[in-house]
Ligand binder design. Sequence first.
Ligand code: CP
Ligand code: NVA
Length: 309
Amino acid sequence: MKKRDLLSIADLLPKEIQGLLNRAIAMKMGAQSQCLAGKSVAMLFEKQSLRTRVSFDVAVHQLGGHAIYLGREEVGLGNREGVSDVGRVLSRYVDAIIARTYSHQTLVDLASYATIPVVNALSDAEHPCQALGDLLTIQEHLPSGRLKGVSVAFIGDGNNVASSLALGAAAVGANFVIASPPGYELPEHIAKQSHALARTPGAVIRQVRDPKEAARHADVVYTDVWVSMGQESQGDQRRRDFQGYQVTPELMALASPKAVFMHPLPAHRGEEVAEGMLGHRQSVVFDQAENRLHIQKAVLEFLMDGQKG
Ligand code: CP
Ligand code: NVA
């Protein structure tokens, strides 16, 4: 059987996404799995991380496996040793690779040389595990308990987190609107892919300028940092360009009364979020952080199951 990677959330069929969400809910309620018993997983991280690193390490442990953390300094990916050889060598020792890279191409190359599943733990293009955890959080918190027809408003940068969320929302039939300043829209290929995915379930994907237009009547108001890891040199320019795109209690008040506020964290208070937003009564940001653990256990089990046979 051909190995499966998770580099983009679009690598999963809509029914596979729903299956992962259902399995994550069961695991959150106590369902056990030892699918990684006797197996090892390499965690190759070029960038800093709190949630992804810890939740994957704990996920591997709870599934009976062993995680090996490899930071930038340890491996020297693409520097001490080329990505192709790292992929081939790791495949001889471990059963899966979880990788956080600057360039998405590094992940693509790693996956093409590795003979074991490679999971995107964030690249400059996508953050699929975040989006899966977010869909789980949305499903849990919304009164209908259904993702189809839900309206997600993303305020800010059309970045890795926004891209995966747009694709994931489209796949499950949730409407997605992003309000961003000129030059910070979703990448064209992601917008196109989201529109294509949204067609079957009949969801609407929109790009607007005005945060208020996006937030009005939304079920979810979502934001992320204005300066992602690797963009530090553009920090001042970005902070200027995103003026007016902060999520505040006033913006939140335009959303549906039962709407939730979401952020993948880490957050920059005073930039993309007003002071107090994370503790807002409609904020679910810490549930979001927790759900990374449950969904990633489901993802690892799914990819390991694909290795059988
Ligand atoms: N949300 C998220 O991926 O957090 P970390 O960068 O801390 O892993
Ligand atoms: N967009 C952010 C997300 C961090 C979890 C970044 O890439 O730094």
